[in-house]
Design a protein around this ligand. Sequence first.
Ligand SMILES: [Zn+2]
Ligand SMILES: [Zn+2]
Length: 267
Amino acid sequence: MGELEAKVPDAGRRLSFASLGSGSKGNATLVSDGETRVLVDCGFPMRDAERRLNRLGLHPRQLDAILVTHEHGDHIRGVGALARRYRLPVYLTAGCWLSRRLGDVPDRRWILPQTRFAIRGLEIDPITVPHDAREPVQFRFRAHGRHLGVLTDLGHPTQHVVDAFRGCNALVLECNHDRQMLADGPYPFRLKRRVGGDWGHLANSQAAALLPQLGLDRLERIVCSHLSEQNNHPERVREILAPLLDGDETRLMLAAQDKGLSWQSIA
Ligand SMILES: [Zn+2]
Ligand SMILES: [Zn+2]
């Protein structure tokens, strides 16, 4: 699976993104339009998040906000500490806040699902997804005429999700598990049922079925994310997604748990 190198973060006025890391041990995605920089989730403890940001050429002070998708630990572990230490506003749904899992967050801004908002020039559409959290959303970003979708923690693709993410130029997409590996793997039955169920996580086969509905011809970058270390393997993901891409596998990338993904600019 190809991983294009990042050069300079935020160089020029482009919609860009990077991953601090992705998987069940922690998720965080950076999005920048060259002026505004936001962190989508922070599932890493603060020190670890600082180190991962540094790897991508950023100091937390250079962030403008943290956006939270939902209250699961792999998305919020470092949110409160980072927000307090660096006085960052945190955008989240009321349901997510009412889960009481975030600790003290002094500067809260409410996300209304399906209601676009902007942080300076960066436009953000929060989109409701089926997942076993209080009021989960995922995000579609727009800047400089380009669109980026961040779509993980998706129990199953709904028509609403298809309509909301159609036509993106780049997509960070959950490829959580291989159904067979999940079935044969070590998880207890209840957890298998949760992960594989309609309010759990997206299987590779579901991601493969979803992609053509979102418009493959416009997708310059497809970043496979939130892979389960127990129930998936990058090679299994590549096997199932590569045939959709007419041999152009360079569009396919991986946001890994440890290494994340370097900066990607959407041309
Ligand atoms: Zn997650
Ligand atoms: Zn989750």
